[in-house]
Design a protein around this ligand. Structure first.
Ligand code: HEC
Ligand code: HEC
Length: 357
């Protein structure tokens, strides 16, 4: 049975009121993938548009690319179904990252002296640094996530994240500077500016401010910050009940309310389906330590925009939703078992629900 979400019902209720002749504020349909948030000011909209150009700029050795890099622009990896989206698999260009680190917390070695933790896969000429062969070096692949609605994720207050600590063993990624890590699959960065400055360096070998101006960096950040979340869809209410009943919502917390000085990002409901906490996911998913996370810890992956994804988990190893769920180990073991124990009908309702996110 397909029911509408509360938000859609309001919109429909609004339409019928208009048809009944009542005075109603104009209703803006939800933006599509790749479109900006509604309610941006003209200057914010202008920064979104200019930022998209920098996000799509293809660097060359003359404009700062390399010497080591993964791909020539942000948009070459964040590309599906539109600019700002997820990576593609099976293309001939590089859409994933190769990470390596040695040891384990609290003395995780991110191999910076050897060129880590992101070992780039392309070069403009000089030999690529190779991953050192010490016995305790671990390598991990990272699939490219979609960035729709990420400004709303940035605007979730710290206290709201901290309030869920301990649920299914989740812990906040408190960084050396006291801030909370929330970006990156190991929750290494607290804000988009820091993450994106790093992305220009690690992905394109482009250094700010020498090879890219701080103004262009800020525009790129605003493009990501102002990208609208996926358009709201009708969800399967019965499947939603299964999502709660099997314990998925304990970690994949469906919503938060934002606070921001930017009106378009303030007091919005963000349908994120993540607690933004680190969870121990067991030995089979464990790869490398990074930031404050151990090998086995990952930030709960937001399920926002799941309808577009074709490969799942941090390295894209799961080819189906069922496989992604059944590979939840460690603190996710009980939920995976509950999923497996569902009656056929209930399991399919849950999968239908997931495909509408
Ligand atoms: C080679 C492909 C590639 C390129 C080029 C690339 N990215 Fe990414 N991006 C990734 C991968 C892989 C991750 C996941 C990394 C991780 O979790 O450690 C990621 C993660 C992100 C995130 C955080 C997502 C999250 O889930 O928290 C942001 C923001 C981001 N990228 C923005 C950018 C911007 C801006 C650029 C251009 C400067 C860029 N990326 C270039 C592959 C790429
Ligand atoms: C203990 C916390 C926890 C619970 C409970 C949990 N998850 Fe997860 N989930 C995670 C973490 C952490 C990841 C990221 C793992 C990785 O990338 O290797 C994840 C990843 C996923 C992914 C892959 C998303 C992507 O785009 O790669 C899906 C799908 C998913 N979970 C669905 C579910 C469902 C459905 C349930 C309930 C049956 C559930 N999860 C229960 C923590 C949890």
């Amino acid at each position: 049975m397909i029911w509408m979400t509360g938000r859609m019902m309001l919109v429909v209720a609004g339409f019928s009121l208009i048809m009944a002749g009542a005075a109603m504020p104009t209703i803006t349909p939800s933006p599509q993938f790749g479109e900006p948030l509604p309610d941006l000011t003209p200057s914010e909209l202008d920064r979104f548009t200019q930022g998209k150009v920098v996000f799509s700029r293809e660097f060359t050795p003359e404009t700062g690319l390399g010497p080591f890099f993964n791909n020539v622009s942000c948009a070459k990896c964040h590309e599906q179904p539109v600019v700002g989206g997820a990576g593609a698999f099976g293309e001939d260009d590089v859409d994933t990252e190769r990470h390596a680190a040695a040891g384990e917390q609290p003395t995780c070695d991110e191999l910076e002296a050897a060129g880590g933790p992101v070992f780039r896969q392309q070069t403009t000429g000089p030999d690529l640094p190779s991953i050192p062969g010490f016995a305790d070096v671990r390598v991990g692949i990272r699939a490219t996530p979609a960035l729709f609605g990420f400004g709303l994720i940035e605007a979730i207050p710290d206290w709201a994240i901290l309030a869920n600590q301990g649920r299914a063993g989740g812990r906040a990624a408190t960084l050396a500077d006291g801030k909370l890590g929330r970006f990156g699959r190991k929750a290494t960065d607290s804000d988009l500016l820091t993450f994106i400055r790093g992305a220009f360096d690690k992905e394109q070998g482009v250094l700010v401010p020498n090879e890219l101006s701080t103004a262009d960096l800020a525009l790129t950040v605003d493009f990501v910050r102002f990208l609208a979340p996926p358009p709201v869809r009708a969800v399967d209410r019965y499947g939603e009940q299964m999502f709660y009943a099997t314990g998925c919502a304990t970690c994949h917390v469906p919503t938060f309310i934002t606070r921001s000085r930017i009106a378009a990002l303030d007091r919005k409901i963000v349908y994120i389906y993540s607690d933004l906490l680190l969870h121990d996911m067991g030995e089979a998913l464990a790869d490398l330590c990074k930031g404050v996370a151990t090998r086995a810890e990952f930030r709960t992956e937001p399920l926002m925009g799941l309808r577009n994804r074709t490969r799942f988990l941090h390295d894209g190893r799961a080819l189906s939703l069922e496989s992604a769920i059944l590979q939840h180990g460690g603190q996710g073991t009980a939920a995976a078992a509950a999923f497996l124990n569902l009656f056929y009908r209930d399991r399919y309702a849950l999968l239908r629900y997931l495909k509408s996110l």
